[in-house]
Design a binder for this molecule. Structure first.
Ligand SMILES: C[S@@+](CC[C@H](N)C(=O)[O-])C[C@H]1O[C@@H](n2cnc3c(N)ncnc32)[C@H](O)[C@@H]1O
Length: 492
């Protein structure tokens, strides 16, 4: 049996596995690597290394810390690192480079990472059991939408083109031939968006269910290889790398390749000369947590967390999202900073309804759990116009919002009026001297112009460049100056 078979069984084996050192890799919203590293330091006490490959951090923890790792708020996908090569020398010809990758498989230290993977699986099984139990208890789920609009409750977000961990379904009917013969799915140009990915196409096995052969037989694991490649100096495509690396994995472990119904997902991340081999610890991105009723531009919860964290919320702070859409930001805020009071609103009644439905779903989901939401969540949602907020002057500590980019919501033309009006009204409600705001937009030109006109009330402290659904956007961290804001309305 090749190295990396099932770990020793029984309590001794478990204890050993729990102490196994794990280097964890985490994908995070690009631009928020430092925020994620700060969260890891705060919650796990581990220092992180930010990868050259933007959007990833690495940190070391004992495997027993996996539950806390899964509770991190700033990370999307997790994997355990098998080995990392900071300066891998790829051979020049395609054949030689691919042969090297194939040969690498049997040299890699798989044993400890596979123990971590097994431990992670046992945690997942426990969680699934609890989930099933809770679902049964709330089987009589009400349909909250009463306006006839079709609801999306499938946890899929249309604005997530950048999330690559579970994308890229294979072209059906393709089979893997270790000796070649599979055409590259992306025509050899897998540098597009820096993150092309392909998977080894396993000849789909005839075995159903969990792949158990029969009583007494060891389980034959099913696997797939996912290759993410970026860089223009490689002589091979990600598809070819996944295919050949996968062939070698199959031979080494005697696992069975299966594209869709796999137990183990082996990751081959290649970024210029950096190569990281890992094993996935998440099946779907951890940003899929709070939202069940999606809108056209629902923000990922991990990005919402990053924006909130930039503002360093303090207990009793009043935090406002004046353009909340489906409520991704204030809901994340209320879950993570429950000792703050969160107020959110939108001028679109449909958005307000979705946000309210999201809160109801979350409360329902948690009703059988002993959780902090048992008394409700400290969040109110109101329909309002950002240009005329029903809030007192200087009463708000923090504003975090995702502004209309002028693409799917509003228009670039409207933004020329909307942005200065927003900054003015946000400046009025925010406490002079201590108030802060984190504002996300892709309409950077318009924002810069509006900010230059409001320089007396807002000072820019930091800009974080982020990728939102493939769009190059920015989060601006602003500080409220001491200057009095213009009082347009005497009644507040
Ligand atoms: C980019 S979306 C926010 C998406 C939100 N973060 C989410 O997760 O669903 C911008 C929101 O601003 C709202 N909006 C546009 N103009 C507004 C105005 N004058 N007052 C209040 N909200 C406005 C839109 O209805 C839209 O929901």
């Amino acid at each position: 049996m090749a190295e990396g078979g099932p770990a020793e069984e029984g309590p001794a084996g478990e204890a050993q596995a729990e102490e196994a050192p794990a280097v964890i890799g985490a994908t995070v919203p690009t631009g928020f690597e430092a925020t994620a590293a700060a969260e890891v330091q705060e919650k796990l006490g581990s220092a992180s290394r930010v990868s050259k490959d933007r959007g990833k951090i690495y940190f070391a923890v004992p495997a027993r810390c996996l539950p806390q790792v899964h509770r991190l708020r700033s990370v999307d996908n997790l994997f355990v690192v098998v080995q990392e090569f900071k300066d891998y020398q790829f051979k020049e010809t395609k054949e030689e480079a691919l042969k090297d990758l194939e040969d690498l498989v049997k040299k890699l230290p798989w044993t400890d990472p596979l123990k971590v993977w097994e431990l992670n699986n046992s945690l997942k099984k426990k969680k699934t059991k609890r989930k099933k139990h809770n679902q049964q208890s709330s089987a009589s789920k009400e349909k909250l939408n009463d306006d006839g609009e079709e609801e999306r409750t499938d946890q899929k977000d249309a604005s997530e083109q950048e999330d690559c961990a579970q994308a890229a379904e294979p072209a059906s009917g393709q089979e893997t031939e270790e000796t070649g013969g599979v055409e590259s799915q992306n025509g050899g140009d897998d540098n597009e968006q820096s993150e092309a990915k392909d998977e080894l196409h396993g000849g789909s096995g005839g075995e159903a269910g969990d792949g158990k052969k029969g009583e007494g037989d060891a389980k034959v694991l099913k696997f797939r290889v996912t290759c993410n490649r970026a860089g223009d100096k490689h002589s091979f495509t990600s598809n070819e790398a996944a295919r050949d690396f996968g062939g070698a994995v199959q031979e080494h472990f005697q696992w069975k390749a299966d594209m869709t119904n796999f137990d183990v997902e082996v990751l081959l991340n290649i970024h210029n000369n950096e190569v990281v081999v890992g094993i996935a610890l998440t099946e779907e991105s951890l940003h899929r947590r709070n939202i069940t009723h999606f809108g056209p531009t629902t923000l990922r919860s991990t990005l919402a967390y990053g924006m909130l964290r930039l503002c360093d919320p303090q207990p009793t702070d009043i935090i406002v999202d004046p353009m909340c859409g489906t409520g991704a930001i204030p809901i994340e805020g209320a879950m993570e900073w429950p000792s703050c009071y969160h107020i959110a609103g939108d001028n679109n009644p449909q958005a307000v309804k979705r946000a309210a439905n999201n809160i109801c779903s979350l409360l329902k989901k948690n009703e059988n759990k002993e959780s902090s939401t048992s008394l409700g969540i400290p969040l109110d949602i109101i329909q309002w116009d950002i240009c005329n907020l029903p809030l007192r002057t200087g009463s708000v500590d923090v504003i975090v919002t995702d502004m209309p980019f002028g693409k799917r919501i509003g228009s670039k033309k409207k933004n020329w009026d909307l942005y200065p009006a927003c900054l003015m009204e946000m400046g009025r409600i925010c406490t002079p001297g201590t108030g802060r705001a984190a504002l996300l937009t892709q309409d950077k030109k318009c924002f810069a112009k509006a900010l230059s006109r409001m320089g007396h009330i807002w000072r820019k402290n930091q800009t974080v460049w982020v990728n939102v659904g493939g769009l190059h956007a920015a989060v601006y961290l602003l500080k409220r100056t001491w200057e009095r804001a213009e009082e347009k309305r005497s009644f507040w």
